[in-house]
Design a binder for this molecule. Structure first.
Ligand SMILES: [Fe+2]
Length: 508
């Protein structure tokens, strides 16, 4: 009977006993990417781009979606470029064209070939209609003379196939984004992390979810491509093109991971300069925040602690404290605060270096103290290639088993989008037992990605299983965090040690 109960407990917690970790697949870090069952159906990363043809297109946004940025790359300097966007419902589209890029710069990869590419950012100008699907495309003029001679009316033909070159321009495909709806009482966004070019099991689902226009933005939790700096940076280009149909359709809020550490994170800071860091009083795309309806969402880099110097993390923490102080002053209007970073504060594994030493380093850095001091509601992260939810937690102690008016934050690891390392199991062997804690509420070792629906008083999370054939499976986790309006004010942390002891007894 005791064995039966133990097996039931293991199944409920996704615990796998004495099962070997999957081997690494070819095409991962340090190797050229290879074709496989998941990336062959997306051909953009295999396309041979003309030097000034727009590629690697992706979106980001500023607070409340009041403006959107489009960033793209070319392999040679541009003559002239144009960004056109228009409400998709317009029968005779009145195209808004912007000719001047907000920013353009040369990015030189740090590898031996010192490969150059040119990064460009456009930003929408003026007010956008709310709750509206916009279409947009990027055009790159084949020569300066042609471009300026073009009558804008000639460029209004947006009904044809835009995926090609015409009118003296190289045109990007037509993409869409939707603006937020002020009077709607709910919005949703996507969350995923740790996606590679190889074994990108969730990519098909990720793309179709982004293209559904059901999600207002996409928080990507670090570790891109494995690695973007590989092969003199060409793997980063391939990844950004592989993901273009996703990243160009749903505004991205990203955070850097350890796999972006090459050349002082240059691939991250150049490729994702479109995130709203300047609007957040930040000096770097490594950390920034946005307000969106009832939520304040913050992205921080956890990597200085591990890949640079602990001193450089002090800059991040100082900025975070200022940002959260401002957000707390506005808590009545925006009750939810979510912080995203790459590395977890808590994880379960038989790898003590990862889930004891590294998590202790991050918790003791002062980051957890800040999350508690400013009553952050949730910390979302990746790095571990699995899914794990904690109970509301503080300094290693469970503060509540309920997510209603929780006295402290909870953490979600969502690092199972799929990459060459495959997934991390929750294994336990006689010599390397699983290290975990009573804070671990649910563990899932398969592939997947998450969504959350937000209202003024609820966060409803779903973690979707993605099958090995790339199809979407069942929700493997669903839960709702709730907050009474009176809880919008700050409240002190009180850790119920009695509850912790009770939980220990239950788990024994
Ligand atoms: Fe990582």
């Amino acid at each position: 009977m005791r064995l039966f109960c133990f097996v039931l407990f293991c199944i409920a917690h996704g615990l796998v006993l004495a099962q070997e970790e999957p081997e690494y697949l070819p095409g991962g870090a340090g190797q050229p990417a290879v074709l496989d069952d998941y990336n062959t159906e997306f051909s953009r990363w295999l396309h041979d781009y003309e030097p000034i043809e727009p590629q690697q297109i992706h979106l980001s946004m500023v607070s409340d979606g009041l403006a959107y940025r489009v960033q793209f790359s070319t392999l040679a300097p541009l003559h002239t470029a144009v960004f056109q966007y228009w409400p998709a419902v317009e029968e005779k589209p009145k195209v808004t064209s912007i000719w001047n890029r907000e920013e353009t710069w040369e990015f030189v990869d740090g590898g031996s070939e010192h490969r150059r590419q040119y990064m460009h950012i456009f930003k929408t100008q003026g007010p956008l209609r709310e709750n509206t699907l916009y279409h947009y495309r990027i055009g790159s003029a084949k020569s300066d003379g042609n471009a300026y001679a073009q009558d804008i009316e000639d460029l209004v033909d947006v009904t044809g196939d835009d995926d090609g070159d015409d009118d003296g321009f190289y045109w990007s495909p037509k993409y869409g984004f939707h603006t937020h709806a002020k009077n709607v009482d709910q919005f949703s966004f996507m969350m995923a992390g740790d996606l590679g070019i190889v074994n990108a099991v969730t990519l098909r689902q990720m793309t179709s979810m982004a293209q559904s226009q059901h999600y207002d933005f996409f928080t990507y939790l670090g570790d891109f491509a494995y690695d973007m700096a590989d092969m003199n940076g060409t793997k980063g280009n391939e990844f950004m093109n592989l993901l273009q149909d996703t990243f160009a359709t749903t505004p991205l809020l990203t955070t850097p991971g350890n796999h972006e550490s090459n050349y002082t994170f240059a691939h991250y800071t150049n490729r994702f300069r479109s995130v709203p860091y300047r609007e957040s009083n930040s000096l770097s795309p490594d950390y920034y925040s946005v307000d969106y309806k009832w939520m304040h969402i913050v992205s921080i880099t956890t990597e200085p602690l591990f890949e640079m110097s602990p001193e450089s993390f002090e800059t991040v923490k100082a900025w975070l404290r200022q940002d959260l102080a401002r957000a707390n002053a506005n808590r009545a209007e925006r009750p939810w605060i979510i912080v995203m970073g790459h590395r977890p504060l808590y994880c379960s594994s038989n790898d003590k270096a990862a889930c004891v030493e590294d998590t202790n380093t991050l918790r003791q850095s002062g980051l957890e103290d800040i999350l508690l001091e400013f009553s952050v509601d949730a910390y979302i992260c990746g790095h571990r290639h699995n899914y794990e939810r904690t109970y509301p937690v503080a300094r290693g102690e469970v503060t509540s088993t309920s997510y209603k008016n929780a006295p402290s934050y909870f953490q979600l690891i969502i690092g199972n989008a799929g990459n060459y390392e495959q997934n991390k199991l929750f294994t336990s062997t006689p010599t390397e037992p699983l290290v975990t804690g009573p804070w671990s509420a649910l563990r899932y070792a398969g592939y997947g990605l998450s969504t959350v629906s937000v209202t003024q008083n609820t966060l409803s999370f779903v973690h979707w299983q993605v099958e090995k054939d790339g199809s979407r499976g069942r929700p493997v986790d669903q839960f709702t965090a709730k907050k009474d309006k009176k809880q919008n004010d700050l409240f002190p942390i009180s850790i119920d040690l009695g509850l912790h002891k009770k939980l220990e007894r239950i788990l024994e």
